[in-house]
Design a protein around this ligand. Structure first.
Ligand SMILES: N[C@@H](CCC(=O)N[C@@H](CS)C(=O)NCC(=O)O)C(=O)O
Length: 166
């Protein structure tokens, strides 16, 4: 499909983010997958929600057109931003419900955190996106914790152009 990420391990090639993160976690002993079946199901549910409903509107429509393109001197499409913001609302509501239940949170980070963190961070750099996250208290707490996650903080600043930056 001409997409990233791709993991190359010797002769083997693996693509699809969820397959890559699950594979890496299993190789490391599964420390980012909860042992509790419901917590593991919530983790998988969040990964599914991000892939199916969140990535396109929140990253490819809102972040790409409100933040990334302008930061690179290209015009964003306001209609794409508006469509993305409209589609993001119900997605954030689903994530808020899961975050409020707490099963996907806990003291330890799960693969759901790894899947969700970059999408929330990108969406949150758009002003309306940040406000939409802030309006959902449990999700906002989750997003705040993810911003302070050392593994995430070590990569996000280099990866995400900020609005108004060059
Ligand atoms: N289902 C794939 C989607 C991967 C994907 O859409 N990657 C984006 C970047 S995050 C990409 O490569 N876009 C390039 C393009 O669409 O041309 C996965 O979960 O890995």
């Amino acid at each position: 499909m001409g997409r990233v990420p791709v993991l190359r391990c010797g002769e083997r090639v693996l693509y699809e983010t969820g397959a890559i993160t699950r594979h890496l976690d299993r190789r490391a002993g599964g420390t980012m997958t909860p042992a509790d079946p419901w917590a593991a199901a919530r983790m998988d549910q969040v990964i599914g929600i991000v892939d199916a409903y969140a990535y396109w509107p929140m990253v490819r429509q809102v972040y790409a057109h409100a933040v990334f393109r302008p930061a690179h001197g290209e015009a964003g499409d306001p209609e794409a931003v508006a469509a993305g913001l409209a589609a993001a609302g119900p997605v954030l509501d689903m994530l808020e419900e899961i975050a409020a239940e707490g099963a996907a949170l806990g003291a330890e980070r799960t693969l759901a955190c790894a899947h969700l963190a970059p999408v929330l961070a990108a969406f949150g750099t758009a002003p309306t996106g940040g406000a939409m996250i802030a309006a959902r208290p449990a999700l906002a707490r989750w997003a705040g914790g993810l911003r302070g996650w050392p593994a995430f903080a070590a990569t996000v600043d280099a990866a995400l152009p900020r609005r108004g930056s060059t």
